[in-house]
Design a protein around this ligand. Structure first.
Ligand code: AMP
Ligand code: GLY
Length: 419
């Protein structure tokens, strides 16, 4: 397992429960992951070192948590020496690595998404705004740590954002820009596992991207999430599979760059049905945490089946309950977070809740904050209302004076449940 966040803690926790697992190593890991795996020091950007470690320890499957090593081709380096990997090749990870790539693929394969243009210079971008209405959706093409999307309310704001993108404000990610139609509706996330041919639905979730209550303030990596997302009805899930995910997997196979691993579709549920906002080539963080709370199968076995092209006939079973996670972040996030704050988990897990470590470190035997998003306090219940009450009861047991969290995770669904 490669990675060090809450997503990787949740994956390690589930992998450790896999009947087919014999030994789990994790790098670089975190104190939560260290309870599930032997943590080793290994740099995912050093492909030779990763390959050497896998050979030395007879690793049967490498699970790559975050997008950066996937877009960087780590799966290719491992596959080249026949080490199975859960996660796509560099070419297939372009579905997340280049927004323009994905939009072009959608256009060719007739996959529903917003109208768009790709532009390579500020002049062309400003001229292209004529073809769109406010609010303007502007996206730096490459990976920008979740910060590459600007929704500009008018032309002045759009031009300023474009000038920033082409001026290097998003580094290389902004050398190309996608301008896109603004889609109206509710957002939801749909996950599927694939080995390049077979596609297996793997749950739904909704997250809260904004830092403030009532979904206000700057965007973050996600302040909380719940699964399943009842807005994604069985009918909408079938449409997402038939109209988006299956055609995408088929188009990637048709280009001889088959996609394997998890495909995370960010959807807008519009009046005309689900439309693609974006693809990610890895699990969502913190959506993964709530999916793993509900997944009841052998995770190592299903991931290995993806890696080996043997997914046909596999199934993915999830408990028929809701899981909800609350992100406890360090003050300052999503700006510069305060590091080093003391954390005491106390008996937060006593009533069946689970605390995933996202940005923690151990110092002299004590737990301290070491990142923006620090803990993911997660609980299950019969519905969102109950899972939320249990998750916040656990949050309230945690002592983390330099931390904060939103108190309203799941609010839309709680309202729909009549509470
Ligand atoms: P992304 O990084 O692509 O997930 O975009 C960040 C956020 O911007 C999404 O979660 C949406 O809330 C919003 N967004 C992106 N594209 C669109 C669009 N075409 N229409 C409306 N909102 C969008
Ligand atoms: N929570 C959003 C993401 O992982 O992209």
């Amino acid at each position: 397992m490669l990675g060090s966040g809450g997503r990787e803690h949740a994956l390690s926790w589930k992998l450790a429960q896999s009947p087919s697992l014999t030994k789990l190593y994790a790098a670089p890991g975190n104190p939560g992951i260290a309870e599930e795996a032997e943590v080793v020091s290994l740099d995912a950007t050093d492909h030779d070192a990763v390959v050497a470690f896998c050979r030395e320890h007879g690793i049967a499957l490498v699970v790559i948590g975050p997008e950066a090593p996937l877009v960087d081709g780590l799966a290719d380096s491992l596959n080249a020496v026949d080490i199975p990997v859960f996660g796509p090749s560099k070419a297939a990870a372009q579905l997340e690595g280049s927004k323009g790539f994905t939009k072009d693929l959608c256009a060719q394969a007739d996959i529903p998404t917003g109208a768009y243009v790709r532009v390579h210079s500020l002049d062309l971008a400003v001229a292209a705004l004529d073809g769109f209405k406010a609010p303007y959706v502007l996206k730096a093409d490459g990976l920008a740590a979740g910060k590459g999307v600007v929704i500009a309310k008018d032309r002045t704001e759009a031009q300023a954002a474009l000038a920033d993108m082409f001026g290097g404000g998003f580094g290389q990610a902004g050398a190309q820009v996608v301008i896109e139609e603004f889609l109206e509706g509710e957002e939801a996330s749909f996950f599927a596992l694939t080995d390049g041919k077979t596609v297996l639905p793997f749950g739904t979730a909704q997250d809260h991207k904004q830092v403030g209550e009532g979904d206000t303030g700057p965007n973050t990596g996600g302040m909380g999430a719940y699964s399943p997302a009842p807005v994604l009805t069985p009918e909408l899930q079938s449409r997402a599979m038939d109209e988006l995910v299956r055609p995408t997997v088929a188009a990637m196979a048709g280009r001889s760059t088959p996609y394997s691993g998890v495909l995370y579709a960010g959807l807008m549920l519009t009046e005309d049905g689900p439309k693609l906002i974006e693809y990610n080539c890895r699990f969502g963080d913190p959506e993964c945490q709530v999916l793993m709370m509900r997944f009841t199968g052998d995770l190592a076995a299903v991931m290995l089946a993806c890696a080996k092209g043997e997914l046909a006939g596999a199934d993915a079973d999830f408990a028929d309950e809701t899981a909800l996670t609350v992100v406890m972040a360090a003050k300052g996030y999503p700006g510069t977070p305060e590091k080093g704050g003391a954390i005491a988990l106390n008996d937060a897990e006593a009533e069946g809740a689970k605390v995933f470590h996202a940005g923690t470190r151990e110092q002299d035997g004590a737990l301290i904050a070491n990142g923006g998003r620090v803990l993911n306090v997660t609980a299950t219940g019969a519905n969102v209302t109950q899972a939320k009450a249990r998750a916040y009861a656990a949050v309230d047991k945690v002592d983390f004076p330099t931390g904060f969290c939103r108190r309203d995770i799941g609010w839309k669904e709680v309202a729909r449940e009549g509470n």
